[in-house]
Design a protein around this ligand. Sequence first.
Ligand SMILES: Nc1ncnc2c1ncn2[C@@H]1O[C@H](COP(=O)(O)OP(=O)(O)O)[C@@H](O)[C@H]1O
Ligand SMILES: [Mg+2]
Length: 231
Amino acid sequence: MLRIEHLTVGYGDGTVLDDVSLIAERGQVVCLIGRNGVGKTTLLKTVIGILRPKRGRILCGNHDVTAWPSHRRAAAGIGYVPQGRLVFPHLSVYENLLIGLEASSDRPTTRIAEMYALFPKLKEIANRAAGKLSGGEQQQLAIARALVAHPKVLLLDEPTEGIQPSIVDEIAVALQAIQETGKVTIILAEQFLDFATILANYYYVLESGNVVASGHADVLSHAEIHEYVAI
Ligand SMILES: Nc1ncnc2c1ncn2[C@@H]1O[C@H](COP(=O)(O)OP(=O)(O)O)[C@@H](O)[C@H]1O
Ligand SMILES: [Mg+2]
């Protein structure tokens, strides 16, 4: 579903990721794990088209999207939840979800109801300004805003960073429900193993700009991953 081939990307003359390759099959949760600063966000920004690679290709389904602008990638089904749960603070929860719908969506009410079923808390607070919500509620909204457009690939950048444990559990339940549909490929960037373990089918461990270990969740040992993420 998503294939990254020999990606080299950085800022200015600097290189952050050097010759990184990755494959995510349809319906899989692929976890990109590594310490702060290894380039997880850089990779996701390159997949959505905010950053341009110096070398390499990005393929989504049958399309080579490397030269495509971000909006075209979004229209082709790549959804993105940036690090730091960015919501429109002065708009209500409901209005934030409306903005997440792609322009052509013909059944906005059904789509938004789906998101309320997935994140019941959002229904209760539908008319509140997003800026007044807790960090965890904002993160649920940010994820729902990406999912409401029915993406084929969902890029999630550290969705549990700084969020209270009870809400982390709610987010995990919602993402597991998405995973069970088998329709959405999730690329999850994480620094810590605990949340990743709940969802990941496959791991890519990043260190110093490279993939230093990768493997199926049943095969790659936590001890091996810990070697690269332990602080
Ligand atoms: N806009 C930027 N300009 C220059 N360097 C950046 C920029 N954003 C990130 N970096 C650098 O790129 C490296 C990787 O950052 P990032 O992708 O944010 O890592 P992670 O998400 O894994 O914490 C870090 O060394 C960081 O300082
Ligand atoms: Mg990051």
